[in-house]
Design a protein around this ligand. Structure first.
Ligand SMILES: *[C@@H]1O[C@H](CO)[C@@H](O)[C@H](O)[C@H]1NC(C)=O
Ligand SMILES: *[C@@H]1O[C@H](CO)[C@@H](O)[C@H](O)[C@H]1NC(C)=O
Ligand SMILES: *[C@@H]1O[C@H](CO)[C@@H](O)[C@H](O)[C@H]1NC(C)=O
Length: 714
């Protein structure tokens, strides 16, 4: 700096202030020369604002006003270009076209771009040629070679230099490294290592059994190397299959159908390996698949006999005779040697020994007669064994169905006893009958009901076939009186419609019973009921009671007859007789029972003539019934008839029922004396009594003791 006031006499002094004054810049106070004290860096501070003044050395007064000035720092190229990253990585697909963009690298230069070329950068490639190139101005890296193959080299280290001063000599430079990886493209087809493979397997190999693995290699990686395998041709296409193992990219050959050495021993397969993901760009270059041939050899295994069906169903009529052949099982040895086969029956399946099999020809025959109704099925098992190797055997189920033959007659379902009400009207249904049959005709049962021939013209009952395997028994008239007929017997025939027709006859017992007007059963005549069949316990007790009484009477009479034997006269005093009479109550049929004993006749003896009495048998009936010979040509008979006659004719005999005493001792009788029941009631009504209706037992006893009238029981 120099002031115009300075005349060079040394009276002026220069002072500096502002940015960096005294530190970076100092001023010579006498001459005004400004010096820099240290090196300056434009990149740090490119200009400084300073003020200077000239003052009088002695007075210290400013000689002129302070002036301001700027010190500008000039740039020199002291900075080299630097890249934003020390190391770059980039990928580019292999086989890319020439000039494919890979990456742009950038370098910066701290120098002043506005001044000179210190900051003008040019890029160049130091390493990586001839594969890659870099654009000098932009730093864009591109591929420089076509057909760069990842399979040959997949990693490239490219070094890029950036140089300032526009790349001129003397410029500063910086470098960076770019790591370029080629990515995979499916440019390689899979390839079998062999064109022909050989595998072998036993014919017994089960379905799904794996025979072996084949592999087609592929130079690509990842999904570009994925391969699927297919059998595309060959005579073994039906028998084998190939699947792909995704982990190893291998093809596994396995058995699809049972093999048989005897029918085919050698198969060939054409197998194709193919990439799953194809790159359209390369399809024209090569077919992305490979084909290999596999030869499969089937090896023989000694096999057990085989049957020509999985099971047998045989039908046989149930009337088949013993020894009948019901069917034949055939088995053969599948091996080439064709060993002969013998047959046997698995006895566990036929414990009852109903069947057997001819061991040489497999014919199954019966050992016993069959009965479908017992077992409709016989499920047996036949074993076929190779004769010279008993280990080679096989079993087969045989289902033998026994076919029905109509060998059972239908049977009535119900217990064949019913009743008819005495007030039944004609055409009334009294019983529905049905039948069952053990046979099982295919079309179901059809039963026919009819009267047995001897009863077809039955005036009392008729049968109506309901056509649904039941039939109704209907009345044909009215007025079924217990007194006339207690029980009707109706023989009925039921037959089926099968061949041969089977039929059975059953007799329906129809009891006549009294009913109320609504048809409800009131009472039946228990007398005709067989004891075990229909008697109530009450009735049984009544009968038992009667028997006990009867025995008591016998005993008493027996004792009294012993006593009386000493008296010759056949009559007794009233008192004696009373001792021998046991009385009990007989309950009559009520007012409606007009046929029961009319008590009025006891009071008026003349009324006898009006009615036919139940308790005395008229002579006419007696004489008819006496034609039944009981004591043919014996003295006893004659004796009794004579005495009976006498008694009947005797006007002095008691008026009502009577029991005559026959003091007759039989011929060689075991007992000492015999006597009939006695009742000598002379004339008084109080002497009259009923006895039990003893029934047949009494008849027998009475006969033993010399007999009374054999038909009437009192
Ligand atoms: C099998 O052999 C038995 C006895 O040798 C013979 O009775 C039967 O008829 C034969 N079966 C066949 C189907 O030839
Ligand atoms: C026998 O086999 C037949 C048909 O498979 C079957 O219906 C029947 O129930 C079997 N019988 C026995 C006793 O196993
Ligand atoms: C029909 O009933 C009468 C009496 O009611 C009897 O005498 C006759 O024997 C009966 N006929 C047959 C076939 O049962």
């Amino acid at each position: 700096l120099h002031s115009s006031q300075d005349r060079g006499d040394g009276s002026v002094k220069y002072i500096l202030s502002g940015d960096g004054a005294g530190v970076l810049f100092i001023i010579d106070e006498n001459t005004g020369d400004i010096h820099a004290t240290k090196g300056l860096d434009r990149e740090e501070k490119s200009y400084y604002l300073l003020r200077a003044q000239a003052v009088d050395k002695i007075t210290g007064r400013p000689l002129e006003p302070e002036s301001e000035f700027i010190i500008k720092i000039h740039d020199i190229n002291d900075n080299e270009p630097t890249f934003t990253k020390e190391m770059y990585t980039a990928n580019v697909p292999e086989m890319s076209d020439i000039g494919t963009f890979v990456l742009q690298v950038t370098a910066t230069d701290a120098d002043d771009p506005a001044y000179g070329n210190s900051a003008k950068i040019v890029y160049s490639i130091l390493q990586g040629q001839p594969y890659f190139s870099v654009e000098p101005e932009t730093g864009i890296i591109r591929t420089a070679l076509p057909d760069m193959n990842r399979e040959t080299k997949d990693q490239y280290l490219v070094v890029i230099q950036a140089k300032d001063m526009a790349g001129q000599l003397g410029g500063l430079s910086g470098t960076t490294t770019v790591n370029i990886t080629l990515t995979d493209v499916n440019d390689n087809p899979p390839q079998f290592t062999q064109s022909m493979y050989q595998v072998s397997t036993l014919e017994s190999a089960p379905i799904g059994f794996s025979l072996g693995r084949i592999k087609a290699t592929d130079a690509d990686i990842g999904e570009n190397a994925e391969v699927t395998y297919n059998i595309i041709d060959g005579d073994g296409m039906e028998m084998f299959d190939i699947i792909t193992d995704k982990d190893t990219q291998e093809g596994i050959i396995h058995v699809k159908k049972p093999l048989d050495f005897e029918s085919k021993r050698l198969y060939s397969l054409k197998v194709e390996a193919m990439n799953t993901k194809l790159e359209p760009r390369f399809l024209h270059v090569a077919p992305f698949k490979d084909i290999a041939t596999i030869r499969v050899t089937v090896e023989d295994v000694d096999e057990p006999p085989t049957f020509n069906k999985p099971y047998y169903t045989i039908e046989v009529d149930e009337d088949a005779k013993e020894g009948t052949i019901v069917g034949t099982i055939t088995a053969q040895d599948p091996d080439a040697s064709k060993n002969p086969v013998k047959y046997s029956l698995d006895r566990h399946t036929d414990l009852d020994w109903i069947f057997n099999v001819h061991s040489e020809n497999g014919s199954i025959f019966t050992l016993k007669s069959l009965d479908r109704e017992t077992s409709p099925w016989h499920n047996i098992s036949i074993i076929a064994t190779e004769i010279n190797n008993s280990k080679q055997s096989n079993q087969i189920p045989v289902y033998i169905k026994v076919l029905d033959i109509n060998d059972h007659a239908p049977e009535f379902v119900i217990f064949m006893e019913t009743f008819v009400c005495d007030n039944a009207i004609p055409g009334q249904l009294i019983q529905t009958i049905s039948a069952v049959d053990k046979d099982e005709p295919p079309g179901g049962h059809r039963f026919f009901f009819e009267m047995a021939p001897e009863a077809t013209r039955n005036p009392n009952f008729t049968i109506r076939d309901n056509k649904d395997n039941t039939a109704g028994i209907l009345t044909r008239r009215k007025g079924y009186y217990q007194s006339r007929v207690n029980t009707y017997l109706l023989p009925i025939i039921v037959s089926d419609n099968d061949y041969p027709v089977q039929s059975s006859t059953s007799t329906l017992t129809i009891q006549v019973c009294t009913c109320d007007s609504a048809g409800n059963l009131q009472s039946c005549n228990t007398e005709v009921m067989s004891l075990p069949a229909g008697l109530s316990t009450g009735a049984l007790f009544a009968i038992l009671f009667c028997i006990v009484i009867f025995l008591t009477v016998i005993l008493i009479l027996f004792a009294s007859s012993k006593r009386q034997r000493k008296e010759e006269p056949l009559t007794f005093s009233k008192d004696d007789v009373r001792d021998n009479i046991v009385t009990y109550n007989d309950e009559g049929g009520g007012e409606a029972d007009t046929k029961a004993f009319d008590i009025g006749t006891l009071r008026n003896p003349k009324a006898i003539d009006n009615k036919l009495r139940r308790d005395i048998i008229p002579e006419a009936i007696l004489s008819v019934q006496q034609t039944v010979p009981l004591w043919q040509s014996t003295d006893v008979r004659a004796f009794i008839i004579q005495r009976l006659h006498e008694n009947d004719e005797d006007p002095t005999a008691p008026p009502y029922d009577s029991l005559a005493t026959y003091a007759y001792e039989g011929n060689d009788s075991m007992v000492e004396s015999l006597s009939s029941l006695e009742s000598i009631s002379k004339d008084e009504s109080q002497d009259y009594d009923f006895l039990c209706d003893w029934g047949p037992q009494f008849k027998k006893l009475a006969d033993m003791y010399g007999g009374v009238d054999s038909d009437r029981d009192s």
